[in-house]
Design a protein around this ligand. Structure first.
Ligand SMILES: Nc1ncnc2c1ncn2[C@@H]1O[C@H](COP(=O)(O)OP(=O)(O)OP(=O)(O)O)[C@@H](O)[C@H]1O
Length: 361
């Protein structure tokens, strides 16, 4: 017996010579909001469609609420779907669109009327019952698609890029509404997106996919602060990578010897063998930057080659004395540093992660 609403175990999907999904496993707990995030073509949609039952897996097993659904047709899986292109019926009113699934299930008229009213109310669409889809804005159409899914009271909701057709302002508003609704209804949700901001802000946990495989499954904070691989570090947020080799420093902690010979003290979350080729990872907003010479541990010096003023934040590209380019982002508390200035950059060891180079460690 498992508490998970969705269990994906070793799922594979091959199309001829193409492996779209390559041994993917993850779970979604009851009431949890999990996103599948990754670049175009990484296998997110195929994974979701296998869970939905529209695509037959080549191998692996799928369970929904502890029931093996691997070979069940979509309608027997008790899942709700909301897709990118809403797929509302253009000739049906909002109420008819929302009630259609219930009609197919031969529910009573009273029951259907109640469910329509309830679903439109939670999605903020009461009063729009008699409109046709073309008489609605994109955001409202998206909400009808959501109301239609909710009317069937699915135990689990699957969503594939549901906000991607909306303009940015509306996407942000809908994102908040969706989050609020999901939390209120405690609805287990699996959400596909290629938009990292969407995934990080909506999800309890995120499954990062790359080339058909899972790179990391973690809470947004963990992904950002402790990326397991270079791919994750690079895909989620902006990261500086400094290449070097791992060295043991006093007290058993780790360091990285940069190409210049300088050693920076750092934190390794996974075991790294001294001497191994590694990347030191520094988030641009985690550094301090000053034009006054600084001495001591974890100080890098260099020259600003680009300074950009964005009002609240200042962004700099610095060519380090060792030749690497480091991006720094600081809040607008200090004086703006002009291009060409000599600067000193400090990074606390806890803000410097060591990641084995791919294929090593
Ligand atoms: N029916 C199919 N026949 C052949 N190849 C397919 C089929 N469906 C998907 N693929 C391939 O499988 C891989 C994964 O596709 P998928 O649509 O799952 O990616 P995705 O991560 O959802 O991408 P996007 O964000 O662009 O939608 C791609 O290389 C795609 O070309």
């Amino acid at each position: 017996m498992s508490d998970d609403a969705i269990q994906v175990s070793g799922v594979v999907k091959r199309y001829g010579a193409t492996t779209a999904v390559d041994n993917v496993s993850f779970n979604v707990a009851q009431g949890e909001f999990v996103s599948l995030l990754g670049p175009s073509g990484c296998g997110k949609t195929t994974t979701l469609r296998m869970i939905a039952g529209f695509v037959e897996p080549t191998a692996g097993a799928l369970r929904v609420n502890d029931r093996d659904v691997t070979h069940l047709p979509p309608e027997k899986r008790e899942l709700g779907f909301v897709f990118q292109n809403y797929a509302l019926w253009p000739h049906m009113t909002v109420a008819e669109n929302v009630g259609f699934g219930l009609k197919l299930r031969r529910k009573s008229r009273t029951f259907i009327r109640e469910k329509i009213a309830e679903s439109l109310s939670v999605t903020g669409l009461s009063g729009y019952e008699d409109r046709l889809p073309r008489q609605l804005s994109g955001g409202q159409q998206q909400r009808v698609a959501l109301a239609r899914a909710l009317a069937l009271e699915p135990q689990v909701l699957l969503m594939d890029e549901p906000l991607s057709n909306l303009d940015r302002a509306l996407r942000v508003t809908m994102r908040r509404e969706l989050k609020e609704l999901q939390a209120r209804m405690k609805m287990t949700t699996l959400y596909v997106t290629h938009d990292q901001e969407e995934a990080l802000s909506l999800s309890n946990r995120v499954v990062i996919m790359n080339k058909g495989r899972v790179e990391q499954v973690a809470a947004p904070y963990e992904l950002y602060e402790n990326p397991a691989t270079s791919f994750v570090a690079d895909f989620v947020g902006i990261t500086n990578f400094l290449e070097g080799s791992a060295v043991g420093v006093d007290g058993g902690s780790m360091g990285v010897r940069l190409r210049s010979g300088q050693v920076l003290r750092a934190v390794a979350k996974t075991a790294v063998t001294p001497g191994a080729e590694v990347r030191a990872l520094i988030r641009p907003e985690r550094v301090t930057l000053t034009t006054k010479p600084v001495d001591g541990e974890n100080v890098l010096s260099g020259q600003v080659i680009l300074s950009e003023y964005f009002g609240a934040v200042l962004r700099y590209s610095v060519r380090l004395d060792g030749g690497e380019i480091l991006r720094a982002e600081v809040h607008n508390f200090d004086n703006f540093v002009e291009t060409g200035a000599k600067v000193w950059i400090c990074v606390l060891p806890e803000h410097l992660r060591i990641i084995p180079q791919e294929g090593q460690g």
